[in-house]
Design a protein around this ligand. Structure first.
Ligand code: UDP
Ligand code: MG
Length: 336
């Protein structure tokens, strides 16, 4: 980034928002964004990625883009998931800094001013860290708390607790992240893995401004397992630890059986239910270990097939005309 005093123009900041069935809330989010952006000393572009919505989301995006040239819409050919939609948005962004945020106003646009300040102070990544979460069930808050603490323990690279995808990235960080070709996307983890200068801004996360959560339990589970398995091989070692643990228990059982037969004068005295129990415990442990290996195998298979991680079906007219819809990235990014 150029020092501010050498600039002739205001820097361009891209605001990237994945939207899945968000027609209800999108006009409100757009209004709040524009109102907040009026106070920033930067130029903006808003990139709205429609992640295969079935409601009026695309029509709303198209209408906003026709009215405001700062808005650009990218429509994916189906629902590829939040992380893929973020990737499509990052690829389309042309700004010197890129802010990724949710469409439901849970990531308050007003916080972006302090993110831009920190970026202009020289930080490459400014992530938003939640003090409190409102409007979420106790079960979800407990599951998230557990997940972040688990992630902290197993991850090779620490990921700050209670952070999500609400963050500002300098363009060179975004370009670096887009070079990562992995399919099990977990941007907040990749962001930390990539290094650069990071800092946090803190906020209380409000509830959704409208509509319902688009993260079903299975999507949430998928994201959590991608987060854990893409950044740690510890679960693979679990099989070894369990194996060693059960070997120890078996040796102990053999010794007890030997003592038992000495005391009761005959090996038949060893209770049969014990061996059934041992078989069951070992059988289920083996299945768990196989399952863990299967999860890694599944991911390796995904990587080897190397299918596109998202497909852009359509963009709003304001977007680059040379943009090939079948391509993930606009030409400007391919050079990087
Ligand atoms: N989202 C998406 N694709 C999906 C699920 C969600 O693009 O398959 C978007 C959604 O529109 C929102 C953001 O991801 O902008 C976060 O989703 P949501 O607010 O439903 O998640 P929560 O905040 O409840 O975890
Ligand atoms: Mg939300």
């Amino acid at each position: 980034m150029l020092p501010t005093r050498l600039r002739t123009q205001k820097p361009l900041v891209s605001l990237v928002m994945p939207c899945f069935n968000e027609a209800e809330v999108l006009p409100m989010t757009y209004g709040r964004l524009i109102e907040a952006a009026n106070h920033w000393d930067v130029a903006i572009e808003i990139i709205l990625v429609d992640d295969g919505s079935q409601d009026e989301t695309w029509t709303t995006i198209d209408r906003l883009a026709r009215r405001d040239p700062r808005v650009r819409g990218v429509r994916l050919s189906r629902n590829f998931g939040h992380q893929a939609a973020l990737g499509a948005g990052l690829s389309a962004a042309r700004g010197e800094a890129i802010v990724t945020l949710d469409a439901d106003l849970q990531d308050p646009p007003e916080l972006i001013a302090s993110m831009i300040d920190k970026w202009q102070d020289g930080f490459d990544v400014v992530y938003a860290q939640r003090n409190r979460r409102e409007g979420e069930t106790l079960a979800k808050r407990a599951a998230c708390a557990l997940f972040y603490r688990l992630l902290d323990r197993v991850n090779q690279v620490p990921i700050p607790r209670d952070t999500g995808d609400f963050a500002l990235l300098d363009a060179r960080v975004a370009r670096t992240l887009l070079r990562f070709r992995e399919h099990a996307l977990f941007w907040r983890g990749l962001r930390c893995w990539s290094g650069f200068r990071h800092t946090a801004v803190h906020f209380d996360r409000p509830g959704r401004a409208g509509g319902r959560t688009k993260y079903t339990l299975s999507k949430l589970f998928g994201l959590a397992s991608d987060g854990l398995l893409s950044f740690s091989t510890l679960p693979l070692r679990l099989a070894l630890f369990l194996g060693l643990g059960f070997l120890g228990l078996t040796l102990l059982a053999v010794m007890i059986a030997a003592l038992w037969s000495m005391v009761h004068a005959g090996p038949t005295a060893w209770p049969i239910s014990g061996s059934v129990l041992t078989t069951l415990v070992l059988g289920s442990t083996q299945l768990i270990c196989l399952g863990i290996m299967g999860e890694y195998l599944n991911r390796i298979y995904d990587e080897v097939r190397d299918r596109p991680r998202w497909i852009v079906e359509q963009t709003t007219p304001a977007a680059s005309p040379q943009w090939n819809a079948a391509d993930e990235q606009p030409p400007a990014r391919m050079a990087g």
